[in-house]
Design a binder for this molecule. Structure first.
Ligand code: PDD
Length: 283
């Protein structure tokens, strides 16, 4: 398995990240997780655009173009013969003697590697349970930053409660999951938090809302309360790795009928069709 390190393909064991890399010491960097279907990086353009946006928000200037990076990532997928899996891409501010502040002119360090993914088919079909937790993250959740400590703490809490995800609540309103966006269905309308600095604008979220639009499914970008979440007809989450997963119980309380609902299934089918058509090989 090759990895990409600062524009060069090499064996993973040859990739030497410096111990004073600011990503390693401060979480000073940004990242993306991209899904590979049929050897194709799904929604690659959207992920790379978001990476550049996240980098710009924290003042990291990338000296290479989006097109150059995309072609390097495609090369990585090809050389690893990765048909079905994931790609992790990270950009840190660079290496420097450890000080909180930084000087201009650091060279951003870029790493990428591919990894196998087991599609969460059982979860997609049967639904999962979730817990709720206070959203105590910082107020720039729109930046896909390496700083995931609170997400990690709360995801672990969910895991220890045998739940798949923790749904975060800020000021009484549902924001998102620790690593997913959250949707609540009530009376045939799909509600999800609007794009603000309080959530990550998921690429899957953008795709799903586009598909809702195209398929005539009603949605509203409006935050719902925790009570509305628990009283929903259906709840589901989306992410690059999860795709669309129904949430059938929250904090031990059954959601709707307790089984994946019709609108969730419609969204699942629409996304699967879109993945199939966008990753079909053109001969
Ligand atoms: N997480 N919200 C948060 C906080 C996330 O970490 C993620 C994705 C999403 C969904 O975004 P997207 O649809 O672009 O994957 C929403 C990735 C998958 C991760 O950290 O593994």
């Amino acid at each position: 398995m090759k990895v990409l390190f600062n524009g060069r393909l090499m064996e993973r064991g040859e990739c030497a990240v410096d111990i004073e890399d600011r990503g390693y010491q401060f979480g000073d960097g940004v990242y993306e997780v991209i899904r590979i279907y049929n050897g194709i990086l799904f929604t690659l353009g959207e992920h790379i655009a978001r990476l550049y946006k996240s980098a710009a928000e924290i003042g990291i200037d990338l000296s290479f173009s989006e097109a150059e990076l995309k072609s390097q990532l495609k090369e990585l997928v090809d050389i690893n013969q990765m048909r079905d899996g994931g790609l992790y891409l990270q950009v840190t501010r660079g290496k420097a003697p450890r000080k909180h502040q930084y000087e201009a002119g650091l060279t951003p360090q870029v790493t990428a590697y591919t990894f196998p993914i087991q599609k969460p088919e059982k979860e997609q079909q049967n639904g999962v349970s979730a817990i709720t937790a206070d959203d105590m993250r910082w107020l720039r959740c729109d930046i896909k930053s390496l700083n995931l400590l609170y997400n990690v703490m709360i995801k672990q809490k969910a895991h220890e409660a045998s739940s798949f995800e923790a749904i975060l609540i800020r000021d009484g309103l549902v924001t998102e999951g620790t690593s997913s966006n959250v949707y609540v269905v009530k009376q045939n309308v799909i509600y999800t938090h609007p794009v603000t600095t309080l959530i990550l604008n998921g690429i899957t979220r953008m795709k799903v809302l586009q598909l809702c639009e195209q398929n005539g499914l009603n949605f509203e970008e409006k935050a719902v309360t925790k009570d509305e979440l628990l009283d929903a007809d259906e709840v589901f989450i989306t992410s690059t790795t999860a795709e669309v997963i129904p949430v059938t119980s929250i904090d031990g309380q059954t959601i709707g009928s307790g089984a994946p609902g019709p609108l969730t299934k419609n969204v699942q089918t629409a996304l699967q069709n879109s993945i199939l058509s966008e990753t079909a090989k053109t001969v």
